[in-house]
Ligand binder design. Structure first.
Ligand code: MTE
Ligand code: MO
Length: 416
């Protein structure tokens, strides 16, 4: 009897009727817990102000959240230990607000632009039916990964180490689609447009529209992808369709993709111009002001590696061997050598490094580390690429926006 009473409509003065409460809960996607106490003339603020709930939908709770509007979250190195980064652990870098109420049946991708022979649109079903699909393991790393370490500091997300991940991406080759549309001989660049919306709420403002040179767009591994590790791409990583360009800053890999333009000049969308994703063409002193004409677009991520096991702070016994492992990557190049140091970089020992599954996939390394006596150590890891360029031990060249920090990863180890 008492139970039944609890479930019936509230009876306090001026209460909303049960049907109104139900409607409200549906609109909010969850129940209004203290609805009984909500004054009759008041609507939940989330309904009236169209609140964007901070929702790390489908993401692991241990991601480190840098921002909630837009959402930016990175993966701690020890959670990048898998050969391929699971979807829930893959970092998120949003510049705006992801689209809502996506209908994959009506979603279209349009290709146009001054260097396209025509304007042509494809549904997701068209893309899947018309073109062969391919899967590649491709590393994505935000151009600003590691920004936190630069001094003088650079504005922007203060990424530490984890704005990077490697997943199997499945989709069609961008080149097959571009060729189906027809590329004029004067094409030099492509640009993307996504369905995310600007933080200002202005529907006409484009959040970000970057791109790559046409030669990059036509590479075999350049994909229009709908699958990540065999599943639909997570909402926050660009569902239902995104571009994937290996070796470039991940900002080129447009999410929520709905339009590609083939350009007869370097694409000039938001975040393509000025200082965005550009570094000084020649090295500058820390803190220097660099004129725009002296800034060059980043077209390759540098050689880099991460120790993903053990987690920094491991303690082992003196007579034990510490197995270490991690991943290394080098833009469009290969990592040819991998070393570790336990004496702050004075001497380096070789690690075993595997070949990449395909170009642009990260490579796995392992080593068995022994320590000479008890005490505090750091294990440093250093990758060398096929041009014999190694990671810097401390910091690479300073640049105004804090891009391309590929300093060696260090972990702390206590030997007892
Ligand atoms: N439409 C759209 N595409 C985008 C972005 C964005 O904000 N909107 N961010 C870019 C940046 S800066 C990065 S680093 C990558 C991040 O991809 P991820 O969130 O899947 O890790 O997406 C890129 N593509
Ligand atoms: Mo980025």
């Amino acid at each position: 009897m008492t139970k039944k009473k609890k479930q019936s409509a509230p009876t306090r003065r001026g209460f909303l009727k049960q049907s109104a409460l139900t409607a409200m809960s549906i609109a909010l996607g969850t129940k209004v817990v203290f609805a009984n106490y909500l004054p009759a003339d008041m609507l939940p603020i989330a309904l009236t102000d169209a609140t964007d709930f901070f929702d790390l939908k489908g993401k692991h709770p241990d991601l480190i959240v840098l921002n909630d509007r837009p959402i930016n979250a990175e993966t701690p190195p020890h959670l990048l230990d898998d050969a391929l980064t699971p979807n829930e652990l893959f970092f998120v870098r949003n510049n705006g607000i992801p689209p809502k109420n996506i209908d994959t049946k009506t979603w279209t991708l349009t290709i146009e632009g001054e260097s396209a022979r025509q304007s042509k649109s494809y549904t997701l079903a068209d893309l899947k039916a018309k073109f062969a699909s391919y899967s590649y393991d491709i590393t994505l790393e935000c151009g600003g990964n590691g920004r936190k370490e630069f001094n003088p500091p650079a504005k922007g997300n203060q990424w530490n180490l984890g704005a990077v991940g490697c997943a199997t991406w499945t989709g069609v080759r961008l080149k097959d689609v571009l060729q189906d549309v027809g590329i004029k001989s004067d094409a030099v660049y492509i640009g993307y447009y996504g369905k995310d919306t600007h933080l200002s709420g202005d529907a006409k403002k484009v959040v970000i529209s970057r791109g790559v040179p046409i030669e990059k767009a036509l590479e075999e591994e350049s994909l229009i992808a709908w699958e990540m590790n065999g599943q639909a791409i997570p909402m926050l990583n660009g569902y239902p369709l995104r571009l994937i360009f290996g070796g470039y800053p991940a900002s080129a890999s447009g999410k929520w993709l709905h339009k590609i333009v083939i350009r007869n000049k370097v694409h000039d969308g938001p975040k393509m111009t000025g200082q965005a994703y550009r570094v000084p063409c020649k090295p500058v002193a820390p803190g220097a002001k660099v004129a725009e004409k002296d800034m060059c677009i980043i077209e390759a991520m540098p050689v880099k590696s991460l120790i993903t096991f053990p987690k920094s702070g491991a303690t082992i016994k003196l007579n034990q061997t510490l197995p270490i492992r991690g991943h290394a990557w080098a833009g469009a190049k290969q990592v040819t050598e991998m070393h570790y140091s336990i004496d702050f970089g004075s001497t380096w020992q070789p690690c075993t490094i595997n070949a990449p599954k395909n170009r642009f996939a990260w490579q796995h390394f392992t080593a068995n580390v022994r320590f000479p006596e008890t005490g505090y150590y750091e294990v440093w890891a250093r990758a060398t690429d096929s041009d014999n360029i190694a990671q810097p031990m401390l910091l690479p060249g300073w640049n105004p926006k804090g891009y391309l920090n590929n300093a060696c990863h260090r972990i702390a180890v206590k030997v007892v």
